[in-house]
Design a protein around this ligand. Structure first.
Ligand code: DC
Length: 219
């Protein structure tokens, strides 16, 4: 039986607009864990670079920005713009920037009672020993449709073809980079939500997690 004092870490990875963020938030609430959307850490670095007009491939400036990120001060609303998301994907190819952010993300995960972290490399790099790893995905077309609906529901204007092209470009960058490319960990549970609503995805995930917790407690 493993120690009851060990933090419970749940790693959730997946491509842009896969629904992993919503799922991670709900799972954290369900299991009484803290939650970190690691995409916000890359977005916060990108936001600083954009604010100061720095080229997005300026490694030393990005490293400085990464060291200044305070995980307690990540403002989801301010960081959720499309421009910042694109810039974050570019900043995220820099190995030294990743190393700085990964260290902060690991420290967050290791505090009791544990945490749900979502991102691109949680199960493979940040928390390879996580008790449960989920890889949440959906077809690019389904993800583009969901994103379009979100924008329209908020009263915005958007074009399906542009959103789809955007998602495909972001997938290629996140999956194709040399350092920590997006891919499922060997021991990740795959959750394809193309045909699932969020409630079904949540129920499927909790069944997987409950099993893992039971195994962890030796029952
Ligand atoms: O999940 P998101 O859209 O907020 O992520 C923004 C970018 O940050 C994404 O395109 C790739 C990068 N990212 C990453 O490389 N590793 C993570 N763990 C999380 C995000």
């Amino acid at each position: 039986m493993s120690s009851a004092a060990a933090p419970l870490v749940i790693a959730i990875d997946g491509p842009a607009a896969s629904g992993k963020g919503t799922l991670a938030r709900r799972l954290a609430a369900r299991y009484g864990l803290r939650h970190l959307d690691t995409g916000l850490t890359y977005r916060a670095v990108a936001q600083r670079m954009l604010t100061y007009g720095l080229p997005l491939d300026n490694v030393s400036a990005a490293e400085t920005a990464a060291r200044q990120i305070d995980l307690a001060q990540l403002d989801r609303d301010a960081l959720s713009t499309h421009v910042i998301g694109e810039a974050a994907s570019k900043v995220a190819v820099m190995a030294s920037v990743r190393a700085i952010l990964v260290e902060a993300q690991r420290a967050f995960a290791q505090r009791l009672p544990g945490a749900v972290l979502d991102g691109r490399d949680i199960g493979t790099v940040v928390c390879p020993d996580a008790a449960v790893k989920l890889y949440v995905t959906a077809s690019a077309a389904v993800r583009a449709t969901r994103r379009l609906r979100e924008i329209l529901d908020r009263g915005g204007a958007a074009d399906y073809a542009a959103i789809l092209a955007d998602i495909e470009r972001r997938d290629a960058r996140d999956m194709g980079r040399a350092d920590s490319p997006l891919r499922p960990a060997d021991d990740a549970h795959l959750l394809d939500t193309s045909e699932m609503d969020i409630e079904t995805a949540f129920q499927t995930a909790t069944a997987i997690i409950d099993d893992a917790i039971a195994g962890r407690n030796g029952s």
